[in-house]
Design a protein around this ligand. Structure first.
Ligand SMILES: Nc1ncnc2c1ncn2[C@@H]1O[C@H](COP(=O)(O)OP(=O)(O)OP(=O)(O)O)[C@@H](O)[C@H]1O
Length: 268
């Protein structure tokens, strides 16, 4: 057994499991710069720089408050919680897109964040986006070209005609989500972070993406899934972390944590 000090607590982990994500007492604070009013004028800004005073228009949102956990190879971890509880913020911090105010996030490899807003180009066709997506994930041109037909096929966007050659702006939100998932899952990821990206697919695609998440876990990756669809969390994740107001309220087997969360939601 290996021991690690995390957030002042000693955590014991079996040595045959390899940690892929370590989140140690992380706090994330957004600073919101207000607009309008005299305090936002350039003159007032210059005066504050010269006098070293802070803008009265800056507000802070403490979105994640002292979160700690360790995730291991081969785990699929669900993140649940009410609106604004800090789930997406936590994923962005794991992806390295948001620096913690204090605490630290350690990951093995470069985590990939797959979100509803994943950067695809609306004016380019699905095919071009698939090609660029593969190149962006580090594949060679030849490998990317070889994989594109399979990605289009897997996404199912061509089920009702040749949409792959049309610009993405002509796609429904579900078709866009399917293509994003198909591109991201063309490669195995050490740590894959999925933010609601499966929610807009239909039942058939959901089943297919759940199967692919399972396969990725078997390839020794770690998958984090944020979803309000508890059925998807149940199907996909054996472990779930419940965040509420930026604090962990539960972390354990999905059935137990979901049951507590559902009781909490009903009581509100
Ligand atoms: N860019 C931002 N600037 C300021 N505050 C933000 C920003 N993004 C999120 N927040 C705030 O941080 C808190 C956590 O938001 P977050 O989006 O992480 O929650 P969530 O659990 O993913 O919510 P939802 O289920 O509604 O998607 C909320 O209070 C939100 O208002």
């Amino acid at each position: 057994m290996a021991e690690a000090e995390l957030n002042g607590r000693t955590q014991t982990a079996p040595t045959d499991r390899h940690p892929t994500v370590v989140v140690d007492n992380v706090h994330i604070v957004y600073r919101v710069h207000g607009s309008g009013g005299a305090a936002a004028s350039p003159v007032a800004g210059l005066r504050r720089i010269l006098t070293g005073t802070r803008s009265p228009m800056i507000r802070e949102v403490h979105a994640v408050k002292g979160v700690s956990f360790v995730a291991y190879e081969g785990e699929a971890v669900g993140l649940i919680g009410s609106n604004g509880s800090g789930k997406s913020t936590m994923l962005r911090a794991i992806a390295g897109l948001l620096p913690p105010h204090s605490g630290a996030v350690y990951t093995s490899g470069q985590p990939s964040l797959l979100g509803v807003n994943a950067a695809l180009f609306n004016d380019l066709s699905g095919e071009r986006n698939a090609l660029l997506g593969c190149l962006a994930m580090g594949m060679s041109r030849a490998e990317a070209r070889r994989l594109v037909p399979g990605i289009i096929d897997y996404s199912g966007i061509n089920e009702r005609g040749d949409f792959a050659s049309l610009p993405m702006r002509t796609y429904s939100s579900g078709m866009g989500a399917r293509l994003r998932f198909a591109i991201a899952s063309a490669k195995s990821h050490e740590v894959l972070l999925i933010d609601e990206a499966l929610a807009t697919g239909d039942a058939k695609f959901r089943k297919r993406s759940e199967d692919r998440v399972k396969q990725m876990r078997e390839e020794a990756g770690t998958v984090f899934l944020v979803s309000h669809q508890i059925s998807t969390i149940r199907e996909t994740c054996e472990r779930t972390i419940w965040l509420e107001s930026g604090v962990i309220r539960g972390d354990g087997p999905t059935e137990e944590v979901v049951e507590e969360y559902e009781k909490f939601s009903k009581a509100r």
